[in-house]
Design a protein around this ligand. Structure first.
Ligand code: SAH
Length: 273
């Protein structure tokens, strides 16, 4: 019996898979990949003769059966998923039948599309004294939201929201943010196919106009919505500095530099943390 590896393929650019994930693809006897976003990585790195199957027309039961069958014949079997397998990846549903069959499985994390979207837009998800919290969420589609996790309730925190699986429900996102008191000019960025060479689209707007702007750009799938008070900070006149890089803040690897009143630096002195 081989091992079944649930590997995060990253957000789309085949170069964004981890070194470990790529190594597993290169030695895989069989790869079951999840739809159009990750087929390039699967086919680029798979060895000759590897069984490669797209799972888009399969049920969860069929996927588990396919993986079980493949691991009876191969030492390394890969289930390749978009982004990170632990986010909206049906991981538990797929691994429970494997546990029941006594088959060993492991997970290799991946770069989530939330991170890839922020990177594409050149945005930070956290900013000192603005927000220090990131919420990864979605709005209810066919999958209902558990009580207390309605977007309206999460938005009340005024932290960064990375909203998955919701681009066709932008009106719902707008309604929730408005009812949580976000202003009409609150910035929102939508990134479609983040990291995809030649296909990535970035749409910047506000709570008031983001839906229209996405319609104009014909964005209706594979998009990350980021709403955050930290968006656009690179153009602000002034920002609070991160304490980590503040010359007056000591940590394990650097002693603080004390600034004199005249603005010159004194000899380095350890400040107790
Ligand atoms: N496990 C994945 C998420 C899978 S759910 C991850 O960690 O990224 C699918 C949703 O992820 C899509 O509806 C979209 O909101 C988002 N998504 C996946 N890939 C994306 C990409 N390259 N660019 C923007 N959004 C993406």
């Amino acid at each position: 019996m081989g091992i079944i590896w649930f590997v995060g393929a990253g957000p789309g650019d085949p170069d964004l898979i981890t070194v470990k994930g790529r190594g597993l693809l290169e030695q895989a006897g069989a790869i079951l990949f999840a739809g159009s976003l990750v087929d390039q990585a699967a086919t680029r790195f798979a060895p000759p003769g590897c069984e490669i199957r797209d799972s888009k027309d399969m049920t969860l039961e069929e996927m588990s059966a396919w993986l079980l069958d493949a691991c009876a014949r191969h030492a390394t079997v890969v289930r390749l998923q978009t982004g990170d397998p632990g986010l909206y990846g049906a991981l538990v549903e797929m691994t429970r039948p494997l546990d029941a069959a006594g088959v060993q499985w492991k997970v290799v994390p991946g770069v989530s599309s939330a991170m890839a979207a922020a990177a594409a837009a050149g945005e930070t998800l956290t900013l000192p004294e603005v927000t220090q919290t990131v919420i990864l969420t979605r709005v209810a589609g066919r999958t209902p939201m558990p009580a207390g996790e309605e977007l309206e309730a999460l938005a009340a925190h005024r932290s960064t929201l990375c909203i998955f699986l919701s681009i066709t429900l932008l009106h719902e996102v707008q309604r929730a943010l408005r009812s949580a008191g976000w202003s009409e000019d609150a910035p929102i960025v939508v990134v479609q196919k983040a990291s995809w060479p030649g296909a990535e689209k970035i749409v910047r707007g506000t709570l008031a106009d983001i839906k229209r702007r996405c319609q104009d750009e014909k964005i209706a799938s594979q998009a990350m919505i980021i709403a955050s008070p930290a968006l656009g900070a690179r153009d602000w006149a002034d920002i609070a500095r991160s304490k980590l890089y503040d010359p007056g803040f000591s940590h394990r690897f650097r002693k603080a530099t004390l600034m004199q009143d005249d603005g010159t630096e004194s000899a380095t002195t350890e400040i107790p943390s």
